[in-house]
Design a protein around this ligand. Sequence first.
Ligand code: G
Ligand code: MN
Length: 396
Amino acid sequence: MTADYRESAPSGPWSTSSWVLVVDDEEGVRRILSRLLKKMGLLVEEAASGEEATLRMSKRDYALIISDISMPGMDGMALLREVRKHDLDVPVILVTGRPSFESAIAAIEYGAFHYFVKPFDNDEFRNVVSRAIQLGRIARAKRDAMELVGKGGGPSDLAGLATRFERALDKMWMAYQPILRAEGDHTVYGYETLLRSEEPSMPHPGVIIPAAERLDRLPELGRLVRQKAAEPYLDRQDDVSLFVNLHPEDLMDPELDDPDCALTKIADRVVLEVTERASLNNLEEVRARLVDLRSAGFRIAVDDLGAGYAGLTSLATLQPEVVKIDMSLIRGVHADATRQRLVRSIASACKEMNILVVAEGIETPEERDTVVDLGCDLLQGFRFARPGRAFPESTW
Ligand code: G
Ligand code: MN
């Protein structure tokens, strides 16, 4: 009697409306877990499969999900990934009768709160359940707070990252920033295309690319970027160039010069930018690859020159048609003798080698006039136009 009374008294801060979803293909296990949870004062729903759990999740927000790992059809690990599509914060406890190192690692990587091996101790179970519900509530409050102050929170687990990356791809668009000729009427020589997304937590390449790297989805991102970047050019009949940033790994993607890809179709107008910030591995392989890319019609640019530690290796390896001087060398160039000397020597060396020089990140008329005097051929920066939807107007 007394034991019954003690066990059925609500023992957590949830007392009234915290729902827990119990997922297991074995009815007996569901019954045992449900009874334990109800005795803790929690409200419980059961699902006999991952599929049924997914359906229930679309109808109700749960404070906690407890799932078996091995089930026919959608297993616990797949369910965990599915859960993160709907709810970035709900804690998930996985239960298994057959533990393995791999499943434990995957469970943690995909953001499981706890991994129980059957049979487990009831006291420990109750402890973990209360902690999970409380921390889940804190996580939710924290995300709401971050949204309130406009930071759009990011969970650190892979499943949540994958969900946001997916959204970033869905809402992705390409911005274009004009690159103007220093001489004559300062007409548009080309546009650099830049990746953007309406997903608030992943608006620009600075966050999208590290996410793609972590999720092993760089090739997919690169292909989408190149497809979207080329689209507005397919209708342009002029010879305005398109500058596209490549991740060093993209260089080796066989689809980069696949004749069926949109970018390859306009390759003779395309300049592929390879950043000097990243060091290139397998230089021999890179050189061989460049031969293919050039025979498809592409030109190559070294991007961010002056920002990397690569010394001359990127220039020597890539033998680029275009060099883009990093904006850190351009900023304040009109008032800085050292920067002037560097820009002048880069420009004159490039002229001798028949390499076009772009000065990047020009923001003021003083910077503009100075880099023109120093011998840069092409100019890009907020002074002329910010990156925008195809194709922004520019001023001199
Ligand atoms: O590394 P890369 O050169 O590809 O980087 C281009 C980035 O520089 C873009 O995100 C673009 O928005 C930004 N950018 C372009 N012009 C300017 C500028 O004049 N000033 C600053 N601060 N950033 C610029
Ligand atoms: Mn660039």
